[in-house]
Design a protein. Structure first.
Length: 136
């Protein structure tokens, strides 16, 4: 067997990949939310996007780490992340920005769609880096 890896190496690569993508999405989510909210004239502060993204970061890590051991780093995980962030994000958008449901869902849908694209791109980048590290 040419590409034989032990489980610890595989799980380490998956965990580093997932954690790295999650941190990238955390930082990108803060900046995208702040720019988009200020362009809509809602709020120009840094505090509200930071609060929402800290909540989403904690939920993504709590749900994503167990799922990574079941499915690996796949598009399924990105869809699960997208769905959870849509529901939780819309709830907190209504709470913090004090907007109606339609505006909040539209706002979070646009932001999460952009973050989904970023997640897929970085997921592929981390997969290529993992292949380089493994030596395939």
């Amino acid at each position: 067997m040419i590409f034989q890896l032990d489980y610890i190496t595989v799980f380490t690569l998956l965990f580093v990949s997932y954690f790295g993508i999650t941190l990238i999405l955390f930082v990108a989510g803060i900046s995208i939310m702040q720019m988009y909210a200020s362009s809509k004239g809602w709020d120009n502060s840094f505090k509200i996007p930071l609060r929402i993204n800290v909540i989403l970061l904690a939920i993504n890590l709590a749900v994503g780490i167990p799922l990574i051991f079941l499915y690996g780093d796949s598009v399924v995980l990105d869809f699960v992340r997208f769905g959870i962030n849509m529901v939780i994000g819309a709830i907190f958008m209504i709470k913090y920005y004090k907007k109606d449901r339609i505006e909040s869902v539209q706002f979070i849908l646009i932001v999460q769609f952009i973050l989904f694209i970023i997640a897929v791109i970085f997921s592929n980048i981390f997969a290529m880096i993992s292949l380089y590290v493994v030596g395939a």
